[in-house]
Design a binder for this molecule. Structure first.
Ligand code: UDP
Length: 235
């Protein structure tokens, strides 16, 4: 295995499967099996989960809602997704802990870095909910922040596309995929990997990001074993 400790970022939308909203239990069960397989190889897995399948603060603000109020709703949405993912993993007999950036003590542990690392060493999958706990941030930023804090080797951004292209592959058939690309080249070419805050934090801390297609079963295992199926962004 190439990595010992990974931070897997899953967007809320990934949990929708083919639905328009909410959570698809089948998709969740598939993710749980893929995550289980890598934990069985001794990989330590932390997960940051998004909330876009339920609510986004920006969308609320566009409809006249106070942005901070909307972001609070978005952060709580990530906790809902975290609980769903926790259940799916436990159904697959994977030991988990959910830690949240906003305290909801009856429901989940608060985020405590040393505890999170201790859980990981014991082979428990740690799910981080609530993003960074601050409005105006995204769960991509939370993913990078937590990855640095827990000293993960890499961020694995599971998406529905299989990497970073020089054009939108869903619109342009001629689009070419990069196997590797540097942080500087992503910026120079104006490509979109994560939002600027998240991306810069990753670059400044020399934390590589791998973008890959999480919706093909077995891909997560391929990535952690070092197979180059997505795009790796590094210095
Ligand atoms: N959010 C926030 N602070 C954070 C992380 C998330 O306020 O640190 C809110 C924000 O409103 C965001 C929503 O939670 O739109 C859901 O997160 P995100 O959009 O990152 O989810 P994803 O796109 O990954 O599903």
């Amino acid at each position: 295995m190439k990595y010992k400790r990974i931070l897997l970022k899953l967007s809320g939308e990934a949990l929708m499967g083919n639905r328009q909203y909410g959570i698809d239990p089948e998709r969740l069960a598939e993710y749980a099996q893929d995550i289980k397989a890598v934990t069985e190889k001794g990989i330590e897995v932390a997960i940051v989960i998004g909330g876009g399948n339920i609510f986004r603060g920006v969308a609320g603000a566009m409809n006249g809602m106070d942005r901070v109020q909307g972001d609070h709703m978005g952060m709580l949405a990530t906790v809902i997704n975290g609980l769903a993912l926790q259940q799916a993993l436990e159904d697959a007999e994977v030991k988990t802990r959910l830690q949240t950036a906003i305290k909801i003590n009856e429901v989940a542990e608060p985020f405590i870095r040393r505890k999170a690392m201790s859980h990981l060493r014991k082979g428990r999958v740690v799910i981080f909910g609530g993003g960074t706990g601050n409005p105006y941030f995204t769960t991509d930023s939370a993913a990078v922040l937590r990855a640095i804090e827990i000293e993960a080797d890499v961020i694995l951004k599971g998406t529905r596309v299989d990497g970073i292209y020089n054009a939108d592959p869903e619109k342009d058939k001629e689009a070419i995929k990069f196997d590797h690309i540097t942080f500087d080249d992503v910026l120079r070419k104006g490509l979109k990997v994560m939002d600027t805050t998240a991306f810069t934090l990753s670059q400044e801390n020399d934390l590589p990001i791998i973008v890959f297609d999480m919706n093909t079963r077995g891909n997560l295992m391929k990535v952690v074993s070092g197979e180059n199926i997505g795009t790796q962004v590094s210095l």
